[in-house]
Design a protein around this ligand. Structure first.
Ligand code: PMP
Length: 376
């Protein structure tokens, strides 16, 4: 098998799974219980939270565990809009967000909030002048992803934060860092709120993290009992938290070295496939090497994906193109409908091997020319 869909999800690493199993078997108590078993679970959970807080140089109380980045994004956007509706009803997002952000925006619009979409330049970088001009006294939130999930565009969060705070010091800044974490260095200190997910960094599915600076006031979107966290009541998922902490510690090692390796793989793929007719590489100087997006101009992406799957090569498409819709990210960068219709995403990891890429290229070079031009 050649798995090249790491941006969709990653396999759970053995060490992470072992942490999960140990916490499940040996720590059966509810951390909210007062008795010894509860205290034992709570102690384990708190040490995992402390490890995460130390990794990011943040406070333990600034961490909320969620079911994934989708829930974290909901908490950030809905929670800050509800908490600040007396100050304003305007929020700004980029044109390169994950669909979950746009779905939340649709909901916020339906309850009276106004959304502005900030422009980007032709390389995908946020248009700073446009951002400045959009920020108003009633702008309560700006949400811009650290790395776009389709084309891998990386945004300079620190600079964006400075622009936002200079225009309106009350405006909150949230970033969906789901595709950045474990691939490039990120700092929660560049933002007021951030979303990440464990299953993108060889952790288990079903747990995410929501970071909120302690100065930020939010309205909870979930209500219930449990003392651990005001934003996420209920019984904490101790084994998932322990496993997530392990996955994070492993994910943040040797980032530069790993990124350079992935960059070499990315360059090898581009050198080989750009020799083929009828495809366009969607990559700009701001794309991280882990995400390589290609438009097949004459082949349906799903046809190609399934043809490659016959040989156990697993690639991604954008969720939109399977239903015939246009890729919003490709439209935002290239403004080309044809290009936005047929994209595939090859996503690489530091665990991808050179041998896998060589074999992938052989399959690509033999399958693609046979399909090229067959589309009716
Ligand atoms: N944001 C981004 C940028 C993503 O890539 C994803 C996953 N595709 C999500 C949010 C949603 O994450 P989750 O599956 O953990 O809810």
């Amino acid at each position: 098998m050649i798995y090249l869909d790491y941006s969709a999800t990653t396999p759970v690493s053995y060490d992470v799974l072992e942490s999960y199993l140990r916490a499940t078997k040996d720590f059966i108590g509810n951390p909210n219980s007062l008795h010894g078993l509860g205290v034992k679970s709570k102690t384990l959970m708190n040490s995992a939270i402390k490890q995460i807080a130390d990794l990011f140089n943040i406070l333990e109380s600034e961490i909320t565990f969620t079911s994934g980045a989708t829930e974290s994004n909901n908490m950030a956007l809905i929670g800050s809009c509800l908490a600040n509706m007396k100050t304003g009803n305007h929020i700004i997002v980029s044109k390169l967000e994950h669909p979950s952000i746009y779905k939340i925006c649709e909901y916020l619009e339906s309850i009276g909030f106004t959304i502005s979409y900030v422009n980007n330049d032709q390389d995908g970088l946020i248009d700073f002048e446009d951002l400045k001009s959009l920020i108003r006294p009633d702008t309560i939130l700006v949400s811009i992803c650290a790395v776009n999930s389709e084309v891998g565009i990386r945004q300079p969060l620190k600079m964006i934060r400075q622009i936002i705070k200079k225009e309106n010091s009350q405006t909150l800044f949230h970033s969906d860092m789901t595709q950045a974490i474990g691939k490039i260095p990120v700092s929660f200190h560049d933002v007021d709120m951030a979303s990440i997910s464990a299953h993108k960094i060889f952790g288990p599915k079903g747990i995410g993290l929501f970071y909120k600076n302690s100065r930020v006031k939010l309205m909870p979107i979930i209500y219930g009992s449990g003392k651990s966290n005001d934003l996420k009541p209920g019984t904490p998922a101790v084994p998932l938290i322990v496993a997530f902490s392990k996955a994070l510690r492993l994910a943040l090692i040797d980032l530069d070295k790993r990124e350079n390796f992935v960059k070499r793989l990315n360059e090898k793929i581009i050198t080989e496939i750009s020799k083929l007719d009828g495809l366009v590489i969607n990559q700009t100087k701001y794309s991280i090497p882990h995400i390589l997006n290609i438009s097949l101009m004459n082949v349906r992406p799903e046809t190609f994906i399934h043809a490659m799957e016959e040989f156990e090569v697993y690639l991604g498409t954008n969720t939109a193109c399977a239903s015939g819709d246009l890729s919003t990210s490709i439209m935002a960068i290239y403004n080309d409908k044809r290009r936005a219709m047929g994209t595939i995403r090859i996503s690489l990891s530091y665990i991808t091997t050179t041998d896998e890429i060589n074999r992938f290229l052989n399959y690509f070079k033999s399958i693609y020319p046979k399909l090229n031009g067959l589309m009716d």
